[in-house]
Design a binder for this molecule. Structure first.
Ligand code: R5P
Length: 310
């Protein structure tokens, strides 16, 4: 077995490798003067079971291209089986035609990864579970929820906690958290006028005097979560925390969170933390490296992956 990574999240790749006690394969991923991606695998991979760890996070196009070129280099080096390990699968929000004459880019990216030569995909908390079907190769979608649930149980929250979905689309995830923690469930009815802006409309459920735990797959501009926190406090919530799988945190998102009504935000390390994230006193990161190392080991041994979530 070989583990290899591009430049998107080498911290997570190193953590996975450390958990598995397998060294990362020697590989150079660099740029020509005109920013073309160039990859050189510096050890024999012939016949190996190779896991390429690369999130397609910011800069999404560069990181996607690195993933594709890495897969191509492995295929041309006669690797036995290539698994694209994509802790954060970018472009997932473009999973349907949201208006006439728009692309379904999540499908296009799935085609590109398959065409490059991946034999299977391992990812986490896809924005929509059905994106698994965009790949015509086996695709395992892991869930951060057990790690999130474990972290919540270690915190000293008041007894009066409530799981909250920040929008109607996230109800299944919030319900699963509510079930895991045996708490109630509330829903923020959010309407978005245009991409990138969000507006909270209504809270479904009684949140008065509750410690609210917002749970979502992605935090990008931070608008959804910060507006939801304000709306929950206006409806009488005692405090608001957020647990989000993928900390995309574009632009001024960290500043927005630092000055928001949120008590704290917990994200996973599916995306490499920026300096602003590591310096923020409101943001904490939990690692999904143990979960990925278990899943990779199980795939390599031909064992069940779903058993990790039973
Ligand atoms: C949307 O359906 C997603 O689940 C997130 O709620 C959304 O991507 C968050 O975006 P932002 O942080 O920019 O409001």
């Amino acid at each position: 077995m070989k583990l290899i990574c591009g430049n998107s999240n080498s911290a997570l790749a190193k953590a996975i490798a450390a958990h598995m006690r397998v060294p990362l394969a020697q590989c150079k991923v660099r740029r020509f003067a005109d920013e073309e991606v160039f990859v050189e695998i510096q050890e024999n991979v012939r016949g190996d079971d190779v896991y390429v760890i690369q999130s397609t996070s910011y800069p999404a196009n560069d990181n996607l291209m690195e993933l594709l070129v890495l897969i191509d280099a492995l295929r041309r080096s006669s690797s036995g089986r290539i698994t694209a390990v994509i802790p954060y699968f970018g472009y997932a929000r473009q999973d349907r035609k949201s208006s006439p004459r728009t692309p379904i880019t999540a499908k296009l990216v799935a085609n590109m990864i398959t065409q490059a030569g991946a034999d299977r995909v391992l990812t986490m908390d896809l924005h929509a579970g059905q994106i698994q079907g965009f790949f015509d190769i086996p695709t395992d979608n892991l869930y951060a929820l057990p790690e999130i649930g474990n972290d919540i149980q270690k915190q000293k929250f008041r007894d009066n906690i409530m799981a909250v979905s920040p929008d109607v689309g996230g109800v299944v995830r919030a319900r699963a958290l509510a079930k895991r923690l045996s708490t109630g469930l509330a829903i923020v009815d959010k309407r978005r006028d245009k991409p990138g802006s969000s507006e909270v409309m209504n809270i479904i459920g009684d949140v008065s005097d509750k410690s609210c735990l917002l749970v979502d797959d992605i935090i990008d501009s931070g608008g959804t979560i910060c507006n939801a926190a304000t709306a929950l406090l206006e409806k009488g919530a005692a405090e608001v925390f957020a647990y989000i799988s993928h900390g995309v945190l574009s632009g001024k998102a960290v500043d927005r969170i630092n000055s928001s009504d949120l008590t704290s935000l917990v994200i996973t390390d599916s995306i490499c933390a920026t300096e602003a994230v590591t310096k923020s006193s409101k943001i904490r990161t939990i690692s999904v490296a143990p979960m990925f190392s278990k899943a990779i080991t199980r795939i390599a041994n031909g064992e069940s992956v779903s058993i990790l979530f039973e």
